[in-house]
Design a binder for this molecule. Structure first.
Ligand code: ACO
Length: 171
């Protein structure tokens, strides 16, 4: 299977915030943003694997900046690391100034997707080859995040999480 770069999966979705998508403060409802990120990330994982992909876990979400009603919101997703059947997808969220078009980073998130066949069985995905400095740094941190996600899900014993242990225990 031929390796792919993050640009092969990069997915950009731009949409505005409507009144039905806001909370009591007239800002974008968190669940609506999670859904937008899930859609973009799912397309990115599909572009990388060219398979059906399912969300296995949401590893990290930071709602750093409230997104007001009427904002133009861009969700950008790309695969940041691929393993055997799973892929980490990194998502950046930007809001655009109505008057000067300047983009401000509002949120980011990290999701894990698994490629599956028609019966839902996990299936292999191509390797990811990061190119830019940012892509390399996200790639390098991904194994640590995968191990943390697996430990929290009860799918890996903490003593086997070598990348996590290396953070705290120096030889
Ligand atoms: C786009 C959408 O919204 S889809 C709808 C929401 N999502 C779903 O319905 C998915 C439901 N869940 C499932 O179908 C299954 O649990 C699956 C396919 C995600 C995983 O199936 P499992 O039988 O656990 O498979 P398995 O243990 O072999 O894991 C498959 C891969 O997922 C990874 N994985 C599983 N759970 C997690 C997790 N919590 N965090 C990170 N990675 C995980 C495994 O490490 C493995 O990765 P690798 O093959 O690259 O090393």
């Amino acid at each position: 299977m031929e390796a792919k770069t993050p640009s092969a999966s990069r997915t950009t979705m731009t949409d505005m915030v409507l009144p039905s998508e806001t909370n009591a403060l007239q800002n974008l409802f968190g669940g609506e943003l999670l859904a937008r990120m899930d859609r973009a990330a799912s397309i990115a994982a599909g572009r990388h694997s060219r398979r059906i992909t399912v969300t296995a876990s949401v590893n990290h979400v930071a709602f750093n900046l409230a997104i007001p009603l009427g904002s133009v919101v861009t969700v950008e997703a790309a695969v940041s690391r691929a393993y055997n059947t799973s892929m980490e997808v990194y998502i950046d969220v930007w809001i655009e100034d109505r008057y000067n078009g300047k983009k401000t980073k509002a949120n980011e998130a990290i999701y894990t997707f698994v490629a599956v066949d028609e019966t839902g069985k996990p299936t292999e995905v191509p390797e990811l080859l990061p190119e830019t400095k940012l892509e390399i740094s996200r790639y390098e941190g991904a194994l640590r995040r995968k191990q943390l996600s697996l430990v929290l899900a009860g799918k890996m014993k903490p003593e086997n999480a070598t990348e996590l242990k290396a953070l705290f225990i120096k030889n």
